[in-house]
Design a protein around this ligand. Structure first.
Ligand code: SDX
Length: 429
C-alpha cells in the first residue's frame, strides 16, 4: 500500500440533523482526500460526481502529477529526466517495479521481453480476417484479448507474481509486433519478423517499415514512448483497474484499456489533432476562424489536443514533444505546414481569454501526431503508438491494484426513473 500519512485529521458533514465525521488521508505529496467509505452506512447518503472529477478511486505510488504546476513524476523521477536520460524499457521497469533497474536487472528484463518478440502465428490469421475498414485500435484490442487462448494459464487470477510477470513480458514483447503486423496487413505488406539484436523502439519501427531506421528516428520514438508511459488514473488506466478488479485476466484488462484509449477525448485525440490541422490547412489555414468555432457553444467543434482534466497549466509532456517536433523535422529536413498551423493555433489560443479563463493548454496529443507523421506513421496508427507507450503504465496500475487487494469496482447511482407501476398487457398498450 502507498505511503499515507496518519495525521488524525477529520472532516465533518452535516446532513439534516446528523453530523457525520470522516477520516482525512494525506498522500506523500500532501494531497488530501476525505475517506467516505463509511458514508452510506452512517447516513444512507452517497456522493454524486459525474466523470469522477473530484473523486479518488485508489491510492497509488506509481505516478504523481500536479495539474496546477505542470509537474509529472514516475516513482519520484521527473518526466523531463526520464525522457532525457532513460530508455523506454528502463522506464517500463521503473513504473512496474518501483525502482530504476540495475544493469543486471535491466539486462534480465530486456532478455525476458526479447523471448516474446514474435506473437503466435494464429494472430496473423486473425488480423488478416479483418476487412480493410478495421481500425488499428479495434484490431489491436481484439488481438491482445485473444492472446489468452494461447496462454490459458493466464486465466488463473491467483497465480504467483513470477508467473504474472511472464504475462507482463509477453505483452511488452508482443504488442509492438502486433501493432507492426496491423500496419503490414493494412498496407498489403508481408508479415515482418522481429530482430532481437535491435533495441525496443528500433525493432518495432523496423517490423513496421521493413527497412533500417535512422538513429534520430529511434531516439524520437524512445522519447515519445516514455512520455506516454503512465498518467495516474486517466480514463484508460481506470478502465484497466476496473476490469482487473473483477479478477479478469491481464490480457482482457489491457484490451479494455486499449478500447478506452481509442476515444477521441482521450488517446484518440492525437489522430483527431492531425485531421483537424489538415482540415484547417485545406480550409485556407485561418486559425482565427477555427478558434471561433472552438469557442462557439453551438458548434460541436473542439480544439483537439487542447485542454485536460488535470493540467490547468502546460502539460509538461507537450513542452517536450513540441521541442522534439522541431528537432525531428529539422533532422529529417521536413517542412510540414501543419506544424506552423499548430504553432499559430497555440499562440492565438494562449492569448485568448476563452482558453485562458478555462485554463486550456496544449496537451500531450497536440504535437505528437506531427512527429509520428514526419516518421511516416499513418494517422490511424497514432493512437496505437500511444498504446505501446502506455502499456507499462497499464501493467503497473493493474499489478498495484492486485497487490493492494483493492475491492471490485462497483460505483452506486442516484435512480431517476419511474416509481413502481403495474405491468400492462400487450392488448392494453
Ligand atoms: C489525454 O486524463 C489524462 O491524464 C489523459 C491523458 C493521459 O496521458 O492519459 O493526458 C491523455 O487524453 C489528453 C486529452 C486529449 N483530449 C483532447 O485533446 C480532446 C480535446 N479536449 C477536451 O475534449 C477536454 O479538454 C478534455 C476531455 C480533455 C477534458 O475535458 P473536461 O475536464 O471534462 O473539461 P470540460 O469538457 O468540462 O471543459 C471545461 C470547459 C467547457 O467550457 P464551459 O462549459 O465551461 O463554457 O472548457 C471547454 C468546455 O467546452 N473546453 C474546450 C476544450 N476543452 C474543454 N473548448 C474548446 N476546445 C477544447 N479542446
Amino acid at each position: 500500500m502507498s505511503q499515507i500519512a496518519e495525521l488524525n485529521e477529520t472532516a465533518e458533514l452535516k446532513l439534516g440533523d446528523i453530523t457525520v465525521e470522516f477520516p482525512v488521508i494525506t498522500g506523500s505529496e500532501n494531497e488530501k482526500g476525505i475517506d467516505i467509505s463509511s458514508l452510506r452506512g452512517k447516513s444512507g447518503y452517497i456522493t454524486l460526481d459525474l466523470g469522477y472529477k473530484n473523486t479518488g478511486s485508489c491510492t497509488s505510488a506509481i505516478t504523481f502529477l500536479d495539474g496546477e504546476l505542470g509537474i509529472l513524476r514516475h516513482r519520484g523521477y521527473s518526466i523531463e529526466d526520464l525522457a532525457d536520460k532513460a530508455s523506454f524499457i528502463e522506464v517500463a521497469f521503473l513504473v512496474i517495479y518501483g525502482e530504476l533497474p540495475t544493469k543486471d536487472q535491466l539486462a534480465e528484463f530486456e532478455a525476458g521481453i526479447k523471448e516474446y518478440l514474435m506473437p503466435p502465428a494464429g494472430i496473423q490469421q486473425m488480423l488478416k480476417a479483418f476487412p480493410s475498414t478495421g481500425h488499428p485500435m479495434g484490431m489491436l484490442s481484439s488481438a491482445i484479448c485473444a492472446l489468452h487462448a494461447w496462454y490459458p494459464e493466464s486465466l488463473n487470477a491467483y497465480r504467483p507474481e513470477d508467473q504474472k510477470a511472464l504475462t507482463y513480458r509477453r505483452l511488452l514483447g508482443f504488442l509492438p509486433a502486433i501493432s507492426a503486423w496491423i500496419y503490414c496487413v493494412q498496407n498489403g505488406q508481408d508479415f515482418t519478423k522481429a530482430d532481437a539484436s535491435l533495441d525496443y523502439s528500433e525493432n518495432f519501427m523496423k517490423m513496421m517499415f521493413n527497412k533500417d531506421v535512422a538513429p534520430a528516428v529511434v531516439s524520437a520514438i524512445n522519447k515519445l514512448l516514455i512520455l506516454h508511459v503512465d498518467h495516474e488514473q486517466n480514463c484508460s488506466a481506470s478502465t484497466v483497474r476496473m476490469v482487473g478488479s473483477s479478477h479478469a485476466n491481464l490480457y482482457a484488462s489491457i484490451s479494455a484499456g486499449i478500447d478506452a484509449l481509442w476515444g477521441p477525448l482521450h488517446g484518440g485525440a492525437n489522430q483527431k489533432v492531425i485531421e483537424m490541422l489538415e482540415a484547417i490547412k485545406a480550409d485556407g489555414g485561418d486559425a482565427d476562424k477555427w478558434l471561433a468555432k472552438a469557442k462557439d457553444k453551438d458548434d460541436p467543434f473542439r480544439l483537439m489536443g487542447f485542454g485536460h482534466r488535470v493540467y490547468k497549466n502546460f502539460d509538461p509532456r507537450a513542452r517536450i514533444i513540441k521541442k522534439a517536433a522541431d528537432e525531428v523535422l529539422n533532422n529529417l529536413g521536413i517542412v510540414d505546414p501543419v506544424l506552423e498551423i499548430a504553432k499559430a493555433l497555440e499562440s492565438k489560443a494562449l492569448a485568448d481569454p476563452y482558453f485562458a479563463e478555462r485554463k486550456l493548454y496544449p496537451n500531450v496529443d497536440f504535437y505528437s501526431g506531427i512527429i509520428y507523421r514526419a516518421l511516416g506513421i499513418p494517422t490511424e496508427m497514432f493512437t496505437v503508438m500511444f498504446a505501446i507507450g502506455r502499456l507499462p503504465g497499464w501493467i503497473a496500475q493493474w499489478r498495484e491494484m492486485r497487490i493492494d487487494g483493492d475491492p471490485i469496482g462497483r460505483p452506486r447511482q442516484i435512480y431517476t426513473g419511474y416509481p413502481p407501476r403495474d405491468f400492462v398487457a400487450m392488448e392494453n398498450r
